[in-house]
Design a protein around this ligand. Sequence first.
Ligand SMILES: [Zn+2]
Length: 101
Amino acid sequence: MTVDACGAVYLAKVPGLADDLIEEHTDDGKGRCRGCPSQTHGMPQHPCNIRLLADAAASIRRTWIRRGQLDTVVPARIVQHLAAMDRDEDEAGQDGAMPIR
Ligand SMILES: [Zn+2]
């Protein structure tokens, strides 16, 4: 199986996404992926396509970090967007209520 290089690069640009996918798409102990159950075809063989893509993305990201290129390849707007999402989640609190400022 070949990994979609464009997809891996895209995934690598989103902080934490590849790591989250790697954490979810693991071997269930029987050689199947516990991260992508399917009602029609059963659980796919591990590593599934998503895991392969996430592994490639994580490798690309590590290379960018090692070379000090992360800031130049990840658009600032993605970083700002994700930071805003984190802020929104923090402010929403456990019950989803907005904080009093
Ligand atoms: Zn999977």
